[in-house]
Design a protein around this ligand. Structure first.
Ligand SMILES: *Cc1c(COP(=O)(O)O)cnc(C)c1O
Length: 225
């Protein structure tokens, strides 16, 4: 079942790339495996999928221990500072940095472990009360502060767009986030690559592809399996 479902997603991703004149390679599909059993992930391993998304540190760590080491684990959920020590060195990308204090904790742990941790800044594109993330206006200031910390590098922006019936309603949010990402990239801030945009979920990934893909900007979509 899960293999067929993902194959269908893959077909739609390819079609959306074609519609927007984009290369399939510019788009990364992150299979969101939170709450899903190890056996389901294993079903996908004979295929090409190697990017998996988890929203809880403990679950990511358990799966990390039990599954092959060539899997790229993405932490897509909110991260508390007291959990940072468990996830640094295991996640290939932390998508949910939304404060300087959290970035400082990641930086400290990365220095200790002598690694470099790539992160995205979570942006609350629609200013929803219920959501984590910084506002569009606060993003540049936060990026500039994090850029000065050792052993952590800002690679781009992430958003969880509003839950909507019609994915077209999120088109402007995706477009705005891409603009912000491109603007920041042009500023050439030291230690900031702004090469990844993580947006689009199960309900709206096709619109995200249409709005988000651009030369030298890779898009990650987070789709449930
Ligand atoms: C759970 C989750 C997803 C996938 O959720 P769907 O609504 O099923 O697409 C994507 N991104 C994040 C950050 C999540 O926590």
């Amino acid at each position: 079942m899960v293999v067929e479902n993902l194959a269908e997603v893959e077909r739609r991703v390819c079609a959306a790339c074609e519609r927007s004149g984009r290369d399939r390679d510019e788009v990364t599909l992150i299979a969101v495996s939170k709450t899903k059993p190890i056996s389901m992930i294993e079903e996908l391993l004979p295929g090409k999928t190697r990017d998996f998304g988890e929203n809880k540190v403990q679950e990511l760590c358990e799966k990390y221990e039990q599954l092959p080491k060539d899997i790229r684990w993405h932490l897509i959920g909110h991260l508390q500072r007291n959990k940072v020590k468990y996830v640094v060195g295991k996640a290939c990308l932390i998508h949910s940095v939304d404060s300087l204090r959290l970035a400082e904790a990641i930086s400290e742990e990365a220095v200790k472990k002598q690694c470099d941790v790539p992160v995205l800044i979570e942006v609350n594109v629609a200013g929803e009360e219920s959501k984590f993330g910084v506002s569009m206006e606060e993003t540049e200031a936060l990026v500039r502060k994090i850029a000065k910390l050792p052993a952590i590098s800002v690679r781009g922006l992430m958003t969880i767009a509003p839950f909507v019936e019609n994915p077209e309603e999120n088109r402007r949010h995706f477009s705005n986030l891409k603009k912000l990402c491109v603007d920041l990239k042009r500023k050439n801030i030291d230690n900031v690559s702004m090469s990844v945009l993580s947006m689009g979920m199960t309900g709206d990934y096709e619109v995200a592809i249409e709005e988000g893909v651009r030369i030298s900007l890779s898009l990650s979509m987070r789709i449930s399996i």
